[in-house]
Design a binder for this molecule. Structure first.
Ligand SMILES: NC(=O)c1ccc[n+]([C@@H]2O[C@H](COP(=O)([O-])OP(=O)(O)OC[C@H]3O[C@@H](n4cnc5c(N)ncnc54)[C@H](OP(=O)(O)O)[C@@H]3O)[C@@H](O)[C@H]2O)c1
Length: 293
C-alpha cells in the first residue's frame, strides 16, 4: 500500500483530502503543530521515519491582502519552505504534489490561461507562490503542481462563508464584478488529486506526465456572479435568513480598492488535466450548490 504524507491538514483542501485518501492508502496528516513552515528543518528526520511515496503540500500562506504587509511570512511559507521541501522530497525519491494558484497570472488576457502561458504575478501572494513553483521545477524530478482558483468549502474561511457571515451584520454588500475567475469546491479538488495519484501510484519511475496542471471547473464567472448565485441557492433552502435577504450590488475593482492587486481575468483552462489524466472538475454553480446545500 502506498504511503502518503499530507502537509496543511487543517486547510480547506487538506481537510477534504482526509475523506478521500484514507479510503485507499496509508496516509499521515501534518498540521502546523506537527510541522511549522517557519522552520521545516525537522521534516528531514520525520521523512526518514515515514518514508512516504507521495508528499502532498496543501499548506500555504493564503491571505492575499495580508501578504502585502507580511511579505517575509508569505515568502517563507510559499517559497523558502517549498524550496527545502522540494529538495527533501527529491532526496527520498518521493513524488511532490503541490497546489498553486491562478494569481500567478497578470490577467491581461481575456481568454483562458493554459499551462504554457507566461506567469507575471501582480501580488506578493502570487509572486511567493510562483517562486515556490519554480523551486519545485528546479529541484524535483517527480512532481505535479496543481494550480487552482477560488477554493470554497462548507466549514473553513472562504468567499462563500465570508459573505454569509457579513450578512449577519450588513443589509447590503458590494461584490466585485470585473475580476473573472472561478470557484472550486475543496472536495472536487481533493477527489481529482486522489484520482491522479491512483493513476500514477504503481509506476512513478516510468511516469512521463510530471509538470504543471490547471485544475478548475469549466466555466468562468465574476465574484458578483458567485455571490448572487450563492444567494439564489440559499433562498431555496432558507428564504428568511439574513443572507437571503441581503442586497448584493456589483462594484468595480477600482471602487472596491483591495490591498493586493488581483488579475482582471485569471480563468484557468484545464484541458491538459483532461487529456493526460481524463479528469475534469464540475463547474462553479455545482461547487456553490455543494457548499450552500
Ligand atoms: N483558498 C483559495 O481560494 C485558493 C485559490 C487558489 C489556490 N489555492 C492554493 O490551494 C492550496 C490550499 O488552499 P486552501 O484554501 O486549502 O488553504 P487554507 O484553507 O488557507 O489552508 C492553508 C493551510 O496552510 C497551513 N499553514 C499556513 N501557514 C503555515 C505554516 N507557517 N506552517 C504550517 N502550516 C501552515 C494552515 O494551517 P493553520 O490551519 O494552522 O493556519 C492550513 O492548514 C494552497 O496552495 C493555495 O495557495 C487556494
Amino acid at each position: 500500500m502506498k504511503k502518503i504524507l499530507v502537509l496543511g491538514s487543517t486547510g480547506q483542501i487538506g481537510t477534504a483530502l482526509k475523506n478521500d485518501l484514507t479510503k485507499w492508502c496509508e496516509v499521515t496528516f501534518f498540521n502546523r503543530n506537527d510541522l511549522d513552515f517557519a522552520n521545516i528543518e525537522p521534516l528531514n528526520t520525520k521523512l526518514k521515519d515515514l518514508k512516504p511515496d507521495f508528499i502532498i503540500n496543501s499548506a500555504a500562506y493564503t491571505n492575499v491582502d495580508h501578504a502585502e504587509e507580511f511579505i517575509d511570512k508569505a515568502f517563507q511559507v510559499n517559497s523558502l519552505a517549498v524550496e527545502k521541501l522540494s529538495k527533501l522530497a527529491n532526496s527520498i525519491g518521493a513524488v511532490l504534489v503541490h497546489f498553486s494558484t491562478d494569481y500567478v497570472f497578470d490577467g491581461k488576457k481575456n481568454t483562458p490561461y493554459a499551462e504554457t502561458e507566461m506567469p507575471n504575478p501582480l501580488s506578493i501572494y502570487g509572486k511567493s507562490k510562483l517562486e515556490g513553483e519554480q523551486f519545485i521545477e528546479k529541484n524535483c524530478s517527480k512532481f505535479l503542481i496543481l494550480r487552482t482558483s477560488g477554493v470554497i468549502s462548507k466549514n473553513n474561511d472562504n468567499f462563500v462563508s465570508k459573505i454569509k457571515k457579513l450578512a449577519k451584520t450588513k443589509k447590503e454588500l458590494s461584490v466585485i464584478n470585473d475580476q473573472i475567475t472561478t470557484v472550486n469546491f475543496s472536495s472536487y479538488i481533493s477527489k481529482a488529486t486522489s484520482k491522479i495519484i491512483q493513476k500514477i501510484e504503481n509506476n512513478p519511475d516510468n511516469e512521463n506526465r510530471w509538470g504543471i496542471y490547471h485544475m478548475s471547473g469549466s466555466e468562468p464567472g465574476s465574484w458578483f456572479d458567485f455571490a448572487t448565485y450563492a444567494q439564489k441557492m440559499n433562498k431555496l433552502s432558507d428564504p428568511s435568513s439574513s443572507f437571503s435577504q441581503m442586497k448584493i450590488s456589483p462594484i468595480s475593482s477600482r471602487e472596491f480598492n483591495q490591498k493586493a492587486k488581483r488579475p482582471k481575468y485569471s480563468f484557468l483552462a484545464s484541458d491538459k488535466l483532461k487529456i493526460n489524466f481524463g479528469i475534469s472538475l464540475p463547474n462553479w454553480k455545482k461547487s456553490i450548490s455543494e457548499v450552500i446545500g
